[in-house]
Design a protein around this ligand. Structure first.
Ligand SMILES: C[S@@+](CC[C@H](N)C(=O)[O-])C[C@H]1O[C@@H](n2cnc3c(N)ncnc32)[C@H](O)[C@@H]1O
Length: 435
């Protein structure tokens, strides 16, 4: 089927209309492309298709820098210049808010940093064994999670991280033994501290060539921590970690603060862009001397700590106990005594503290956004402002609409490009009560 791509929409899809009027979503396309496409999934009113051949490319197209871009599930925008990526991200956010009938208008997107490649501080490779018992590093195919694509260098990770991943692959390949327990490899890096953590994820307790791997990795002075993580049955839900070498955690610096990162806890993946993000949160939060601040979904406490200087008190709420352990350590590490971190579901914590006066509330939920229940309770609280940090414009727009229905509106919406080459968009927004 011949299609012309009209625009980009969320989740990395280009949108076209079939001759019968049906909407077709196609990944890795650019507005203006004319393509031959094949439908691989049909719904009632729309369908998903894949590009068979580009008949006439959009004038926006550039040559992707990564040789694996076409099949790899990691990036979706490498065929666009960084300027056009930003232009289309602006259009996507504006359209999502418009469709959700949110009154507020977004600002133009700003870049998290000027580094468009090599910015990720955390990267995951999959291991795959070929029929010659050779192990390869790779990723999932962009259309099919079950299909493996060889990617022995990811341009979103640093040169050093790629070098380490290749050294691990080569060390495993020096042995003729059984390799089937190797499943995934995760490498995290503190950019400002140059500390690296390696997590070799196996599907059983067996870690072949363990000594050789540790000896090889010890040659990299940046590697401060090596784990074997056992994911029985290839499930990431029940992980058992064994520290094989070095320290149990690594560190990263943002602004004047230092943060520890443990393998269990979430940390913003773009270390170079995170200062831009946190500075925008700080600007919107406008902390005044003596403010009571609550940081919901606080992870390792980094936003709360970043805002703690003028506040009277910051309370961080997070559901993952290991993240709260890191948050408490982070406060100690930065000699901050006005932050308290609590292991609790954010919705439950707010319900229990509904009568409290909280001046500033920060919410930074996972992609699913906020529950209706939490939004309703937040709207009942006596607060000055809410800063909503979102990594998913669709759930953000849905939530804003619910806030609006309860008299809480966005006065500022600032998209930030924390993830160049991908469709992901971060948003920081300031919400206040209508007087
Ligand atoms: C997008 S991350 C934000 C982390 C942190 N604000 C930061 O900047 O690093 C979302 C966090 O919400 C936590 N989380 C998920 N569901 C939660 C819940 N119901 N209550 C509290 N925290 C939750 C996750 O464990 C994760 O750490």
């Amino acid at each position: 089927m011949k299609l012309k791509i009209e625009k980009l929409v969320s989740d990395g899809f280009g949108l076209a209309h079939a001759p019968d009027g049906r909407v077709i979503f196609i990944k890795k396309t650019s507005p203006g492309d004319v393509v031959n496409a094949e439908i691989y999934k049909k719904q009632k009113d729309f369908a998903f298709a894949k590009v068979e051949k580009i008949i006439s490319p959009s004038c926006d197209r550039i040559l992707p820098k990564c040789q694996y871009f076409e099949p790899c599930g990691g990036c979706d925008y490498q065929m666009l210049s960084s300027q056009n990526q930003l232009k289309y991200k602006n259009e996507i956010v504006a359209e999502i808010l418009h469709r959700a009938k949110v009154d507020a208008k977004p600002e133009k997107i700003i870049a998290g940093s000027n580094q468009e490649l090599g910015y990720r501080n955390s990267i995951r490779f999959i291991f795959e064994i070929d029929d010659k018992n050779h192990i390869h590093l790779g990723r999932h195919n962009y259309l099919d999670e079950r299909k493996f694509v060889i990617v022995d260098k990811c341009l979103l990770a640093s040169e050093k991280v790629n070098e380490i991943a290749q050294a691990i692959r080569d060390t495993i390949n020096e042995s003729d033994g059984e390799k089937s327990s190797f499943w995934q490899l995760k490498i995290r890096q503190g950019f400002a501290t140059n500390e690296i953590m390696v997590e070799i994820i196996t599907s059983t307790e067996n870690l072949p060539v363990k000594k050789e791997l540790i000896d090889e990795l010890k040659k990299f002075p940046e590697i401060k921590s090596i784990y074997q993580t056992i994911a029985s049955g290839k499930s990431l839900k029940h992980l058992q970690r064994r520290l094989l070498f070095g320290s149990s955690l690594i560190h990263e610096k943002i602004g004047g603060f230092i943060f520890q990162i443990s393998p269990e806890s979430f940390f913003q993946t773009n270390s170079l862009g995170v200062k831009t993000l946190y500075d925008k949160i700080k600007e919107f939060a406008d902390i005044k001397f003596g403010d009571e601040v609550v940081d919901l979904f606080c992870g390792t406490g980094s936003i709360g700590i970043y805002l703690s200087t003028l506040a009277k008190k910051v309370v961080g709420v997070e559901i993952v106990p290991e993240a709260i352990r890191d948050a408490r350590d982070n406060a100690r590490l930065n000699k901050i005594s006005n932050c308290e971190f609590i292991i609790r579901d954010s919705t439950k914590w707010i319900k229990q503290n509904i009568n409290k006066k909280i001046d500033k509330i920060i919410v930074d939920p996972p992609r699913a956004g906020l529950s209706k229940d939490l939004i309703f309770d937040l709207c009942l609280l006596n607060f000055d402002l809410i800063v909503y940090v979102s990594c998913n414009p669709a759930t953000f727009a849905r939530d804003l609409k619910i806030f609006e229905s309860r008299g809480v509106v966005a006065t500022n919406i600032q998209p930030i490009d924390m993830f160049p080459q991908t469709h992901h968009i971060e948003i920081v927004s300031k919400l206040t009560k209508i007087k």
